[in-house]
Design a protein around this ligand. Structure first.
Ligand code: CO
Length: 307
């Protein structure tokens, strides 16, 4: 990794830290999820300008995920989403910023009635223990074991089929996976790479399933499509988001086509394998999930937290 790349990661992380500080102060019960997501996404571009992002600016690396209670990940509000945040909700706010494809990824959990403070603490403590081990050069299997041990010691379960990941340019989920439980995986973090570590703690069994619902998509493999709206959407996402995830609601804002035309286009792009969907991932009904996440950069022999 050259200095320029390392600088891009560091700047993406610095902007993201500010975005998160601002979001933590402004999110309140009663707000609509749509408003929360739009405010955060707008603040990425604004804080990017303020902190001197290069000409294309700082952009969301993926749609803000606002997953509540048993929803563990991949929920982003639709453009007509009326859901409002409740005091009793446990909301995971997962945000990414990219500078020219270089991604910083972070997440935090809020619960305004404090009934699940211990679970949030379990996820946060697991993250800080995992980060400490990562800096000492532990294997990804060992990092996973530490996360599992920390979360179980607090009386919760880690989610086994969600994991941290490498971050590559234009690639949000690059190998290796950084598990949230003990694995026989001796791979170590390598110099010249960025990673995200993201423990999830739950009072459920620790296993998420894909739901039928998806508002987040990403380019998979561009192919010929017949429908003119599908072609238009494909051209737009390839140019605008490349291989990073995007929200249907972003297309609604940026493309002049009817809701019906956009739906048809997305359906055809999914069917032909041009794009993939990220279904909302859920624990069992009535269970609760908390998450904590930070990104690190391994550069010139040293691991630093970028956000
Ligand atoms: Co992540």
């Amino acid at each position: 990794m050259d200095e320029k790349e390392a600088e891009n990661y560091a700047l993406a992380g610095k902007i993201l830290q500010k975005v998160v500080q601002k979001a933590k102060k402004s999110i309140e019960p009663g707000q609509k999820l749509l408003e929360i997501a739009q405010n955060i996404e707008k603040s990425i571009e604004e804080l990017g300008k303020e902190l001197g992002a290069p000409k294309k600016g700082a952009k969301p690396a993926f749609p803000v995920n606002l997953s509540i209670n048993e929803n563990a990940a991949h929920y982003t509000p639709d453009f007509e989403d009326e859901t409002a945040l409740k005091e009793s909700d446990v909301i995971k706010v997962d945000v990414g910023v990219h500078i020219d494809g270089y991604i910083a990824d972070t997440a935090f959990t809020l619960n305004f009635d404090n009934k699940h403070a211990k679970m949030i603490e379990a996820a946060e403590e697991a993250l800080s223990n995992a980060l400490a081990l990562a800096k000492e050069g532990a294997s990804v299997g060992k990092i996973g074991a530490e996360i599992e041990k920390t979360i179980k010691a607090k009386g919760f379960n880690p989610i086994q089929n969600l994991s941290g990941h490498g971050l590559k340019r234009w690639e949000q989920h690059a190998p290796p996976s950084i598990p949230n439980n003990e694995r026989k995986d001796e791979r170590k973090l390598e110099d010249g790479n960025a990673y995200a570590i993201e423990p999830f703690a739950t009072n459920g069994e620790g296993w998420v399933r894909e739901s039928q619902q998806a508002g987040i998509f990403a380019l998979e493999e561009p192919r010929q499509v017949r429908n003119q709206y599908a072609r238009e959407v494909l051209g737009f996402i390839a140019e605008e988001y490349q291989t990073l995830p995007f929200a249907e609601r972003w297309l609604q804002e940026k493309l002049e086509m009817s809701d019906f035309q956009r739906k048809i286009a997305l359906r055809e792009l999914l069917k032909s394998g041009c794009i993939r969907a990220f279904p909302v991932l859920r624990e069992a009904p009535g269970k609760i999930v908390a998450q904590a996440e930070k990104s690190i950069l391994f550069h010139k022999g040293k691991i630093t937290e970028i956000c």
